[in-house]
Write a protein that binds this ligand. Structure first.
Ligand code: ZN
Length: 254
């Protein structure tokens, strides 16, 4: 189990202050003390970014001075996916998040779609991907990028969408949806959009810290059908206990 991380993920860049450097810095500290091995990624190449995002979108990110920051997060995602393909599970402790970035626009603190860039990069070697997006919010960007294709299945357990069904969320039903994500599709790799804002003290107000260990374990178990090839990318999660949620997930996932 490897942690993909760069100290550069912990810098300040122009974004909403809830998406702050401590989100990754504190979790990195905890995981380092716990003895996990860290791998420093390279930025995604312009070619890899352009396979997912249109020219105008990329120029817009450049004009905001965010290109290097966003490209390094995407590079972390690629690194985690490559490790997973080699049989080494990985958690990419990256920011900014990416699942609200579609081909030509982005919102919700996202700029480039880290998951989509990573999946596209490894596609020639692991064509069928199961993406489980456990963030509180519906990963509209990832869904819009892969919609219509039959090689990628995306599951958003009980996420916030236009129907606001999440207001009636139930913990055991949520866990069941994570288990059910593995049904009815043959996959070569599992990618997790690991947002932690469904945490009991975060916006979603549902899951306990220990529930993230169980989610990690369920996904670990489900990945055995594809040789254990699995990786996860940090998406949302804004409570100071994010560090505990991440560690709990990593313990179950690794
Ligand atoms: Zn979210």
């Amino acid at each position: 189990m490897k942690i993909v991380y760069s100290p550069e993920y912990g810098i300040n860049y122009p974004t909403n202050p809830v998406e702050n450097p401590d989100r990754v810095n504190l979790a990195a500290h905890d995981l380092e003390i716990a003895g996990y091995q860290f791998i420093k990624p390279l930025p995604a190449s312009p070619e890899d970014i352009h396979k997912i995002h249109g020219h105008e979108h990329v120029e817009r990110i450049k004009s905001k001075g965010l290109y290097d920051t966003a490209a390094l997060a995407a590079g972390g995602a690629i690194c985690a996916a490559e490790l997973a393909l080699q049989g080494e599970p990985a958690f990419a402790l990256i920011r900014p998040p990416g699942h609200h970035a579609s081909a030509n626009r982005a919102w919700g603190l996202c700029f480039f779609n880290n998951m989509a860039i990573a999946i596209q990069k490894i596609r020639p070697r692991g064509p069928r991907a199961l993406i489980i997006d456990i963030d509180l919010h519906f990963g509209d960007g990832t869904v819009s990028i892969f919609q219509g294709g039959d090689k990628v299945k995306i599951v958003n357990p009980w996420s916030v969408d236009g129907n606001f069904d999440y207001l009636s969320m139930d913990q055991s039903a949520y866990m069941q949806q994570v288990e059910d994500a593995f049904l009815g599709f043959d996959y070569d790799i599992v990618g997790v959009s690991a947002g932690f804002d469904t945490y009991i003290e975060d916006w979603g107000g549902l899951l306990q810290i220990e529930d993230y260990r169980e989610i990690g374990r369920i996904i670990h178990e489900g990945s055995k059908r594809c040789g254990g090839r699995r990786f996860a990318l940090l998406e949302g999660g804004y409570h100071p206990n994010l560090r505990c949620c991440v560690k709990s997930f990593v313990e179950g996932f690794g």
